[in-house]
Ligand binder design. Sequence first.
Ligand SMILES: Nc1ncnc2c1ncn2[C@@H]1O[C@H](COP(=O)(O)OP(=O)(O)OP(=O)(O)O)[C@@H](O)[C@H]1O
Ligand SMILES: Nc1ncnc2c1ncn2[C@@H]1O[C@H](COP(=O)(O)OP(=O)(O)OP(=O)(O)O)[C@@H](O)[C@H]1O
Ligand SMILES: [Mg+2]
Ligand SMILES: [Mg+2]
Lengths: 254, 254
Amino acid sequence: MTRILSIANQKGGVGKTTTAVNLATAMAAAKRKVLLVDLDPQGNAGTGVGHQKRAQNKTIYDVFRRGVPLVSAIHPTAIPGLSVVPSTESLAGAEIELVSVLEREQVLKRALQENGFDYVFIDCPPALGLLTLNALVASDGVLVPLQCEYYALEGLSQLLRTIGIVQQNLNTRLQLEGVVLTMVDHRNRLSVQVEKDVRAHLKDKVFQTVIPRNVRVSEAPSFGKPAMIYDFRCAGAQAYIRLASEVIRKEEKV
Amino acid sequence: MTRILSIANQKGGVGKTTTAVNLATAMAAAKRKVLLVDLDPQGNAGTGVGHQKRAQNKTIYDVFRRGVPLVSAIHPTAIPGLSVVPSTESLAGAEIELVSVLEREQVLKRALQENGFDYVFIDCPPALGLLTLNALVASDGVLVPLQCEYYALEGLSQLLRTIGIVQQNLNTRLQLEGVVLTMVDHRNRLSVQVEKDVRAHLKDKVFQTVIPRNVRVSEAPSFGKPAMIYDFRCAGAQAYIRLASEVIRKEEKV
Ligand SMILES: Nc1ncnc2c1ncn2[C@@H]1O[C@H](COP(=O)(O)OP(=O)(O)OP(=O)(O)O)[C@@H](O)[C@H]1O
Ligand SMILES: Nc1ncnc2c1ncn2[C@@H]1O[C@H](COP(=O)(O)OP(=O)(O)OP(=O)(O)O)[C@@H](O)[C@H]1O
Ligand SMILES: [Mg+2]
Ligand SMILES: [Mg+2]
């Protein structure tokens, strides 16, 4: 049974791509068969796993707009057990192009049926538009990276409300997998305060594992590698390994 | 003559809102009459200047969708010389709702005509969609905040190409005001390297002023104040004051 998880938050720069790339890599290291879908026109998730953009490679845009089967847009990566469906800049136009398509929010769900993977991770763009809606409708769970900053906190209630609306109207199986605190710096008073507020408010919906701010994590994409491959022993990589085992443990309890 | 500047970058979390709020405040402190337009459904720019969301307040959404004149959506702030047009969560739906409107990319331009301000700053959402397009079509210049990180650098060429397309087809007066390096940390090797690359590549299109990473800047929004009001002497506030005088000097040369 494939488990499909969206990595979503409309606030920008909170660590969605970094979490999608490193969690997917950690799951592949734990011998799961993993697919990473890049649903952001920026294409950062593809870069993060070392995917080279080539004109002849099929992308998620071909699946969305040209009815190309998902399997022809799946590409291997240098990471054993991890495959990727890359995105492209033209995906930015999909929001407008999809408007007149019937059941425009179900396109990705249909494409991901019968995919043969243990896990599918979907990296979402920083918006609550049609692309993120497609991801939520296609998913079993949604994982929310949250930076411990004031503006990021402000958007959380809008995001949780949107997830609720999707659960009631479009996808009853969708669950909040959890909120993962990213770029945490315990020397920073604001960061400590935000963590305290979020745990008090959302209780066990917040993962125990926090991801520390760690410069090696931000260096890794320039080498086209996940932090776990770039520097296995660094604090960021070790945190994502712990997060993967927390996600697996949660699922075994269900 | 009003000067209209968009603060845009499709990469999330690079400091668009922080730059829009603090640059607008610095310009107001320099005795310019300033309007800040929040074009992001997250509504962070409104929060950054202490605007309280109230149901009866008109927003930019009313201007876009209900033909309400701009003047009725302009609200004063606690900062002398600075007014704000707030946004609202419903703006997230505007991308789809605007699709069938005639000249859908000119709506903001028409609304901003005859506004009586010296400067209008438009805070854009993290996407190259219809909202950001409206901002670019309405603007004289576009200011690009850039975080010195690898993923942020990756998106820069797409943004510059989009600005070029708008200049050629929709708004011939649009200029690149400049790229502003944000959250710069000279102890961080990657940050130093990205700054060197960007200056070598874009030369005088990069502002001399850089904005340092400064925790006081990220604390200020939780008090509903720009960094300049929250802690005038902090490194971040002083950098935005220098940036404002660099923008003014550039314009006096034209
Ligand atoms: N734990 C961390 N420590 C240090 N830097 C980090 C960490 N996590 C992410 N970053 C860096 O912070 C920036 C933002 O992260 P990322 O791009 O993953 O966020 P995002 O939510 O996917 O952004 P967008 O909204 O643009 O899609 C990136 O430059 C990334 O390298
Ligand atoms: N110079 C700085 N020093 C420290 N923190 C900063 C600085 N500039 C911005 N920040 C913080 O970094 C985060 C991202 O900044 P901001 O929200 O302004 O970016 P943005 O580009 O507007 O994001 P979005 O793409 O979501 O609109 C915020 O929490 C902000 O407080
Ligand atoms: Mg991303
Ligand atoms: Mg913003």
